[in-house]
Design a protein around this ligand. Structure first.
Ligand SMILES: NC(=O)C1=CN([C@@H]2O[C@H](COP(=O)(O)OP(=O)(O)OC[C@H]3O[C@@H](n4cnc5c(N)ncnc54)[C@H](OP(=O)(O)O)[C@@H]3O)[C@@H](O)[C@H]2O)C=CC1
Ligand SMILES: CC(C)(CO)C(=O)C(=O)O
Length: 312
């Protein structure tokens, strides 16, 4: 087993789940927390999971990144609305020959992080996971869990499958997490947005779960139209998403447990929404290539209104 040390920035629904799985498998994991720090320092992590519940009574918990050791792999598991903190958070905790593993949703995040960490490698991970943080240090893993990895290179030039990807994939697979490795990170990012843009957006605007969106003929058609528009966005950056993939995503969602997307949960709990990473960045990327995405822009404008209304 690799003896890589892991630093989890943001021990929530996703970071808490994957970090706990890595520690349970014997890896050396350091957890950065905010409001949950006192509880987790005292009581460790509780994971309810469809793959089997477990408790880690003791974990290496921190409330300041400066107290953490430098790690071989630093996992960015904050909501993207907190990424303004990364210029202060990342440099003290990443080894010069380490890897920043970005497990957030959205587009363009790896490029932003590469600006911060210079020559340190950046790998993106698309997480097909349904997990909620139900209490301080208490994670409920509802479904799925697979991660699709792709390494970042300047301008999202495809890197093929690299040694760093293979090393990290081995650690996660050793922890029971299924991994797919991509030769082209940007294509993977656009493919994840085929799901996130319609369902995250409409779940907030229409106050609906994924099963409700799929059960109504009008919203199902709207979901499909949005998916095709995401494919147009991908095409504007030279990435082709086949129609068969869109059908796969529709079928996947019909079979999913009735699900309140992470953006809907944030909206219901009056937390900031990841609008820029999941909607704004793809819009700007496509428009830079001369392609307008009117349906996605309409969602974006409504989400910005809703997000802004609660900040006033
Ligand atoms: N949940 C899921 O199933 C999936 C999530 N994703 C993506 O993963 C990313 C993370 O989402 P998720 O895990 O759901 O979000 P959560 O809100 O559950 O977790 C984020 C964690 O970061 C912590 N945090 C915030 N600011 C700081 C800080 N300054 N220092 C330390 N910790 C901090 C939060 O703590 P506090 O509560 O104290 O603010 C919280 O525990 C998002 O981009 C999301 O879209 C992708 C696929 C599935
Ligand atoms: C597609 C899903 C629901 C997990 O597979 C997801 O990615 C999310 O909630 O962001």
């Amino acid at each position: 087993m690799g003896d890589r040390t892991y630093g989890i920035l943001g021990t929530g629904a996703l970071g808490g789940f994957y970090g706990a799985k890595l520690q349970k498998a014997g890896h050396n994991v350091h957890f950065l927390l905010k409001s949950d720090y006192p509880d987790v320092k005292q009581n460790g992590l509780i994971v309810e999971s469809k793959d089997g519940d477990f408790i880690l009574p003791q974990v290496q918990a921190y409330n300041e990144v400066g107290k953490m050791p430098r790690c071989d792999v630093v996992v960015v598991a904050l909501k993207t609305t907190q990424n303004n903190l990364l210029p202060q958070m990342l440099p003290p905790v990443i080894k010069d020959d380490g890897v920043v593993l970005v497990l957030q949703n959205g587009l363009g995040i790896e490029a932003e992080i590469a600006q911060i960490v210079g020559n340190v490698k950046v790998i993106g991970g698309l997480c097909f996971l349904c997990s909620n943080k139900v209490g301080p240090g208490h994670i409920r893993h509802l479904d799925y869990g697979q991660i699709t990895l792709g390494e970042y290179a300047a301008n999202y030039h495809p890197t093929g499958i690299t040694d760093k990807m293979r090393e990290i994939a081995a650690d996660f697979e050793n922890a029971g997490i299924s991994i797919e490795q991509l030769e082209d990170l940007l294509l993977g990012r656009w493919k994840k947005l085929v799901w996130n843009i319609p369902y995250n957006g409409l779940s907030v605007i229409l106050n609906a779960r994924t099963d409700e969106l799929m059960a109504d003929i009008h919203t199902r058609q709207l979901v499909e139209n949005l998916m095709f528009e995401v494919a147009l966005g991908a095409k504007s950056t030279g990435r082709l998403i086949p129609e068969s993939f869109i059908q796969t995503m529709l079928d996947y969602t019909v079979k999913m447990i009735p699900y309140r997307t992470s953006m809907k949960i944030d909206f219901d709990e009056c937390r900031p929404l990841e609008v820029e990473a999941i909607f704004g960045n793809p819009l700007r990327k496509a428009e830079a290539a001369g392609v307008n995405l009117p349906l996605i822009r309409c969602l974006y404008q409504q989400l910005k209104f809703l997000d802004g209304k609660r900040k006033r």
